[in-house]
Design a protein around this ligand. Sequence first.
Ligand SMILES: [Ca+2]
Ligand SMILES: [Ca+2]
Length: 598
Amino acid sequence: MRNRSWGKHASFVLSALAAVTPPVCAMDRVRNETKANLAELRYGVTGQGVTVAIMDRGIDWRHPDFIKPDGTTRIKHLLDMTGQLYCEAGNPQPVEYTEAQINAALLGGPPIDSRDAVGHGTVTAGIAAGNGRAFADDRYRGMAPAADLIVVKIVSEGAQQHEDQPAEAPFIGCYEYALDWLDQKINEVGNPCVAIINAGVQYGPMDGTSAVSRKIDQVFGVDRPGRIYATGTGDEGAYPTHAAADYDDTAATSVRFTTGGAPWTITAWYTGSQPAEITVRMDDGAVVGPVPAEDYRIENGISIYQYAPGQEFYPWTSTSGDRAVWIGIDGHAGGGQVEIRGTQPGMGHVDLYIADVFLPIVFDDHLVPGRLSDFAATTSALVCGVYVARIEYIDITGTPRGDTSEGVLGGLWNHSADGPTRDGRLGVDVATPGHHIFAAYGQTSYWKYCCPWNQIQDGGGWYGRQGAASGAGPILVGALALMLEMNPSLTGEEARQILQDTARSDGFTGPTPNTHWGYGKLDLLAALDQMAGVVRGDLNCDGAANVLDINPFVLALLNPAAYAMQFPGCNVHNADINGDGGENVLDINPFVALLLGP
Ligand SMILES: [Ca+2]
Ligand SMILES: [Ca+2]
């Protein structure tokens, strides 16, 4: 320690405050890890007066986590798009349910014919905003337990028939319609809103120019006060699902792939001003192409469609000016290659994607980073990577369960998708502890039926396990709801800056920012502190933390009342240097480190 007199101060303060301990909370791990509990203790934030909009597989509207203590629903509006296929004509009309209808149904009136057949949407809502009422001490409440909800059932991968529940067919609703509807309902409720579409893969331009991304920008945007859109990165991290290469007109550039033979697709985006021919050449001898720009070919189980810029199908319909290619391959197990060759002088660049990891096809060379979902590449989106919050738990039967195969505790989840976006933005703002967390489970969902080991001990069957980007995104959504409660006119870009400024780096994140963690781990207390004007280490309120703050720091720790009198208007929380929610002996070493600098 360089400052000997400070050393004496420190040892004195240490002995004086040795009995002080940081607050202990019984909440689930995520609220502690993100410092949501500390943020609530210090600022009283619970999401009150904020709308959380969940676009997912629906919601178990009967679950106690979405019902207020007075028995009425927390759902202000519910839209069900079951049976749709994007925005195609002839789709079943979306069905809207009001708060009053849901309340009547809760009281035994006409039932609401909307459910979360899969279970995913209920978990999303629970993580972001469940109030924890289904179990003692609100133990499994989400991040913003007093927020209002608007729910859109916008997608489903389908669910099997089970018990007395019918099967559900897969569907994808019309995102444009849903977002326009949501825009209206947010205005009707009149409160700030943070929203998520908790779905999405690498299918689209991945640069913020798809129809869905542009609609999200329109409804939320970077500078619309009180409107924020957030999402997780995606689940494709570390998988061989993104390849890229330069090409020109002198020789074909070849990207190798291996397919299992089942039908699926490769999509590609390349430089709009450098038109190219595309050929698919399989090792089994099948060759289709070259297919010129804005042409197509279907032969031998292989389809190649080349779109003119902006003329792709919905929801791609990109405004980037780049050219898209859709390649379908069926019945050709084994190796092959996509060949791209320019048809005029000059260099172009091509990105090739496999939509998600469940498809039986991988790239074998030209692999590059950048596996965000198309929705996560939205310009206005605040995006979180995923880190591991839990590697062990006990299931509802009392059986210990573990999963150490997808990352170490505190480390990045192995498949957290990474930036950059295709247009070169970092693509990740912060990371949240989304893998293996506990939240509300839909009581009639397929998840609850199929996989009882995912239900946790001490949850009464109401709560279960979730993970991946789907677990992480709603944590960020809930955190943003608390930030909107602090400042209802906060914009997305302001929130992004605060989250980036206040994120924590550690041995797992390595140097930040980077394309996996963004600026580091979400620290909600630090974020709200920054919003409240806290400057850690500045105890005399002159705007800087330096040697002049040593005596006021000691006073703040020893005698907060005297400190308040001597430094009126100063914030005693400026002395919570380590950000653990208290001003005490544990802040001494961090304060010294702060003064001594890096
Ligand atoms: Ca100062
Ligand atoms: Ca502290």
